[in-house]
Design a protein around this ligand. Sequence first.
Ligand SMILES: [Zn+2]
Length: 361
Amino acid sequence: MAQDIEITRQQDSWYCKPATAIRVSTWTEAPRGQTTRYTHPIVGNDQLAHERGLPVTVTTGAEDGPTLLLIAGEHGNEYENIVALQETLQSLDPAALKGRVVGVHCCSLDSYLNRTRVAKIDGQNLARCYPGKADGTLTERVAYTLQNDFLGQSGSHKPVCLVPLHTYGPGMLGATLSGYNIYPDDPELTEAQRSASLATGLPLVWGHEFDASHAAAAPLGDDASGRTALYAAFLAGVPAIYWETTWGMRGEEEYKRGLLRLMVHFDMLAGTNEAIVAREQIESVGHGAGNMASHNQAPCEGLWRPTVQIWDRVKMGDLLGEIRNLYGEPLAQIRAMRAGVVIALSRMQYIVQGAQCGIVV
Ligand SMILES: [Zn+2]
């Protein structure tokens, strides 16, 4: 265990050493050479824990090898990721696989059933709640379950990599990307994440610096907390990369190809990956560089009219678009806060104050 991870564990008052008693799961015991589907219980023994259990598929290869952990639906109103995971797992032949692929089809079932980004029952964003709480809200209990029962495993059950699969959501357009945290004190973990991202063949590979001690001190659930699934993986000493894609632009096909390439990268499937060079490979320094919600926020409400496109290169101060009233009169101009590549943009729509207009990295 790298020293920086041990220090962060001690700093984070919510971190618990995974309990041995719950480490034996249906997925860890799944028979070799088979695909197993089951509902993984959420910690707690109430009705809600049963109704919102995690749908899991584990494909267990005939031969030993690494454990790859794939999770979708941390935000229940994102679908390309769920579909890509379903179809990848349906197509996997256990006889051809070394190790196991564990897929959690939908982590925040409550938000999925309500077609919302965050859970309706507690208003919480699962992707800001790790490592969760065993006796907390439903969302905090889901986070705890993922931290303990999946990431917190040891030996051959410890994941070689976690991939939280996301989309930009209904309001944003963006480049399909594999992203990762850069941990300045942990070059080995950072490099494992960088090389896994490059192996995916996704068009954008984006690394951003992350200060784990900042997350460790932040409240659970806070939007700027950095308590993401990547942070959960860091606490577990597991490399992690996350993916984003635009709604309705066939991102599920990019994801399916990327997931198979990742299995080749980890020697879980035979063969070699055809070389694909990312269209852009970007590394951003400074803590918080990866928090997308903090980029180019709207100073007022109005009709957002973007004037750039995804992949455009801009200079600091270049116009990204304007916010108008209904007569077409400009209320505000949104200018790039830094030079770089436009990787995401709000769709043309009525936006509220504080909404993100675009992301330039
Ligand atoms: Zn998401």
